[in-house]
Structure formats: C-alpha cells, structure tokens
Design a protein around this ligand. Sequence first.
Ligand code: GLA
Length: 737
Amino acid sequence: MGVIFHKTAQQFHLFNNKISYVIGICPDGEVGHLYFGKRIHENQILANEQTRGIRPLCCNRKENEDYTKELALLEYPAFGNGDFRSPAYEVQQDNGSRVTNLVYVSHNIYPGKKRIPGLPASYVNVETEATTLELRCLDEVAGMDVTLFYTIWENYPVISRYAKIHNVGKTTFVINKASSVCLDFYDNEYEWMQFEGAWGRERYPKVRNLSAGSSSIESMRGHSSASYNPFVIVKRKNTDEHMGEAIGIHLVYSGNFRAKAESDMYGKLRVTMGINPRWFAWPLAPGDEFYTPEALLEFTQNGLNDLSQTIHSFLNHQMVRSPYKGKGRPILLNNWEATEMDFDEEKILRIARKGKEAGVELFVLDDGWFGKRNDDYAGLGDWFVNTDKLPEGIKGLSEKVNALGLQFGLWIEPEMVNEDSDLYRAHPDWVLAAPNRPRSLGRHQMVLDYSKPEVVDAIYDMLYQVISTASISYIKWDMNRSITECYSQGAPATEQGTIYHKYIKGVYSLYERLIAAFPEILFESCASGGARFDAGMLYYAPQAWCSDDTDGHERVKIQYGTSYGYPIASMGAHVSASPNLQTGRDIAIDDRANIACFGTFGYELDLNEISEEEFQKVKEQIVFMKEYRELFQYGNLYRLQSPFEKNISAWMVVSEDRKDAIVVTYKTLKTPNVGIDRIKLQGLNPDGKYRINGGQTTYGDYLMEVGIPTQDGEESWFYSDGDFSSRRYILKSEVTK
Ligand code: GLA
C-alpha cells in the first residue's frame, strides 16, 4: 500500500492489494486521470493517450499542438480553455473572468490523513493504515492555489478525495462551484444506481443508463433529502449483485448536493459530485481557504453485494466515531407512536416499566417534553422542560427510568422554531427568511439560521442545561422540514450564496460541541424519518432513523435499498403497532421483528396494549436479538433476492468465521399453486455442516449451490405462509474456515 511518484513520467500511482489509482501530469501541467480500478503493477508507466492529436475544434495550444483537453481525462478540470464538459469547479474573478487553468506545482506524500476543518470525513485509526497524496496546483492569474487530497487505505478498495481552494492573490474571487470529486472514464458503457424516494419510502434503488447525454440527481432542500441520496453506484451494464465492476461514490455531506454524469461526443463519461452549485457563491478573500466536503470512491469487480460489504466495513471502522463504534446497539423503546405528545410522567413510566419487563435496555422520550409543546404548533426552540407534563423535569424522569434498570434517551429538534415560542418572540431575526416576503412553514415551523454562530450558541446553552442536569444516554436529533427562503437576515448581499453551506456547517458544529461535552451519548439522526441519511451524519450520529414508515412490508424495501450504501448497524429499525400507523396494514409481530432485526432494533409502541401472547413473543424477540445483534449489525450481509423484483425477497448475515448465519425470507403476497422456487445462500463455508433452526444439518455447498426452497412443496421447510409473512433460519456450523 502506498503512493509512488514516477518522476520522469510525472505519474502518481496510489495502490493497495486491491486497487490502483493513477494520476498523470498532462503536457500543459494540468492534473490528468489515467486509471482507477483493479490493482495493476505500481511500477508500470501508463500510456498517456491524452497527447493524441486529432482534429480538435480549437482546443489546443501553440506550444503543444498535439494536445487537446477535449480528449483528456482530468482530475479537477476547469471550464473555459478547451474542455467543454462539466467542470469540477468554477471561479469568478473580480474582473468578471471565469477562465482558469490549474497547473501542478508540487506534491506531498505522507502516512495518515488530515481532518477537514469543520466538516465530517473518514479518518485513520493509526497513521500506518493509510497514505495521503496532496497535489498542489496553481492558477497564477487568478491567485488561486488548489490542493487536491487523495487518501488510500491498506485494507479497503477505497479512495478518499477532497480539495482545498486558497486565495493567494490580491483580490477576492467567488467560488461558484467546487466539486469534491471528478471522475473521468475512458468509455461510457455504464449505468448508475441512484437511491430515491420521498417521506415513507426512502432510498429505493433505480438504475439509469449513462451512455447518452447527462443525468443528475440533487438536493436543494438544505438537507441531503429523501428525494435523492448523496450516494450513487456507477456500474457496468452486466454487473449484478454477485459479479461485475462497480464504483460507489459517497458524498460525505448532509446539505445540498449534486451528482452529475455526462457523456461526451467521444464516448467518454465524466461523473462529478459535490455541494450543489445552484445558489452557491462563496467569496474567498485574499489569504482565505475553502474546503470541499469529502467524497469516497469504492471499487469492486465482484458485484454490488461485495461493494456494499466494503462500504459497510469502511463506514463502521473509518467514519463512525462514537463509543458505540463496533458495538451491538441498545434495544430501545420509543414512545412516539404510542403517545405522540399526549403524555405525563405516569403514562411514560408505565410504558417504560413494561419495556423493562420485556427486556429492553433503553427508553426514549420523543417529542412533546419541552416548552408549550402539546401539538406541533408550539414549543420548538424552547428547550426547557414542560413541568405540567413532567413535574420533576427530565432529571426526575430520567432518574426514575434509570431506577427501573433502563437507560434514558431524549428527542430534540434543535434546528427549528415555532412562531409560538419564546425563542421566536425574542429573536424573529434568527430564522432564515427573505426580506419582505412571507415565511413558508413546514409542519408549522421555521428553520433557525445556523449560519449565525450566536444562534448555535444559544441552542447549545439551552440543550447543555437539560442534558448536563439529567441522566441521558441517547439523543434522537430530528429535523422535520426542508429549507425555503434561504436568506440570512442582516448578512450582506455578497454572503447570501454561502448560507446553505454555512447552515450545515453550523449543524455540524453543534453536533461537535455536544459530542465533546457528552462523549458517552449515543446519537441517532432523523429527518422526518430518513431524509438526512448520509455518510456525513454517520460521523456524528452512528445510527439514523431509516423512515417514519414502520410498516414491515414497506421496511423490507427501505432497509434493503439503504443497505447498498450504509451498514446495518446504522439503520434505525423498530417494531411498531399493528395495524400500522402509516399504511393501516396488519402484519404479525414476529414478521415485523424479522425486518427490524436487520437494523438497530427496538420498539415503537405501548407494550401494555398488545396481547399476552404477543408480549411473550416480544420477550423472545429481545432474548434472540441480545444473542444475535452483533451478527446482524456487523456480520457480512448478502442480499439474496430483491423485494423490488420478486414476490419473495431474502437476505442473510454471516459471521466473520462463517460459523453462524441468519437468513430471512419475506413473502409479499401468498400466491396459490406456484411450484417450487429456490434461493441460493451465499458466504457460507462449503465444507461446514450447518444445523438449521436446531434441526437437520446441511452442507454449506448444498445451501449455496442448490439453495433452499421458497415455496411450499414436498422438500420444502416452509409452511403455508400468508401475505406479508417471513421465515427466519438460524444456521450454526462447528467447522471454521
Ligand atoms: C418526526 C420523526 C418521528 C418523531 C416525530 C416527532 O416525524 O421522524 O420519529 O420523532 O418527528 O415529532
């Protein structure tokens, strides 16, 4: 693993056992891209076909007549001097010119990885596990010094990238675009998988062909959004779950983003991803620096499932920072769907007591405990306890919950304010609002202007007071509306293009301060369910509420889709009441649990309200989950059959030593007389004899090559399941390999 600089050829080769990433300096000094893919020999000098001369339409220079940028693959291309594709960045200088040209000047190679000031990013646990290459480039005319950062890890087929723009000139210039990554491909025979949806149906995978024109996804909502996730998989057309080439690209960012793919007239493909350039205008004064968010590039030649396993392991080890990193997550009980805001201390304690009896470990008090929060018209912004509901405060309640033998957790929504709140009455200028225009509401609330440090300070002080005086082990941080009228009251006109980005940096800074003050707290992020589920959030909150849709059937799709880009340990998943609050659907309690166990696992209902028989099942589920949570949350995941494609879907987790595995199949609708269909298992030890659900034993190779039947039939292990039913198989083998 490392980075080699071939001086004569002016090529940089980043490599580990799995991948190579090769950069070559172009004849005009621009930083060119030569290769990203399976490891090739690090001493190989790559042919630089980019110097080929053809009949370019006006894009070469006298001093280099056979070089055209139209054909070049580039690392951080500009617009305006011969490359007509989407640029990686755009800068407007004070004379109005947008023409720039970055020329390589020097480089630095060192072990480890730096932090990005004020932004989330992957990190190293020990310096020796990764190597970083910094490439410094200069545009002398604009006075712009750009450093491109690349890190490669020893153990992952992953490259981290980001850029720093430094004004070394004498005048301010405005950054209108600064991508985190630009990746050029020699050909465009690719498609990408995007993860899209809306409230209640987040992160459904959809495949789009990239070989013609341009395609993009973006968010302009001020958060990464449920509409499109800041994660795409660029893949060959024949790549499926278990074979073929694919590159995952995560933007480690929770604000507005854009991912764009563009095919050009030579059949090449360019993919860029970064902060959404729409409404982005960042004036950079002489001496100042701007850092882009980080992008992660993950590579596989072995299909999407292998790519996901790399991503899961990488995010679990190199992004999540909490003391819960690598640990089984506490089984929690949340009161939201049980009570909404209508509760008092006794009602809460009654729910918590029953949770304790069932075996849960953490009780979470959701929305409604503060200010005048009896409905969603009032209270947000007033982070002091409502003593009408909780006479002994959060302190008293948390101590009583602790006395039951449970940890205590609390819901907050610190970025928002209601019109009916003391905070808004005192500081109407603290919300994002355009001058002389109505303020749009979302769930009757407005968005606080987190670009202002005094707003973040005030919220921090209020939250510090509550948290430091109570016994709090967990915080659910919600964010329940998108940003509109993005204008910071009182800030100069020239600053207004910076507000979206400063807002999310304000959010990150509050997270950072709370984590520093309360390092033992487990944070779970949430945004009306899963509308801010991204790699950036995982840096602060190691788990995220996947969706407000807790219907078992819907959750199969949501969690299956989420698993492409995010680990099981990050997915907040709870068993809720039946009929389900969101869909009205009835699903048996064990089937609801069989999907929630592929996640952080918990309950979102009043356990006093279910039948004794169901309560006994809940107790068994919790015993089961306590035994197997590490396997679910950190085992190797295999997606076997997609709920987006078939009536029966399935996935499984396998322990690192392949001795333990759990398979779950989900049936959508019962269909009569369909014959026998099989699902082949994956990742087992072929020589291992697996005992299935404590009964018969079967060789791993049989399970993987022949499979298990998924419909009723003579040799089936299945019963006649109904609609929305599931089956769970626990596999145990004595043989390790
Ligand atoms: C959002 C969350 C829910 C719940 C409510 C409380 O919708 O996604 O889980 O916390 O807010 O208002």
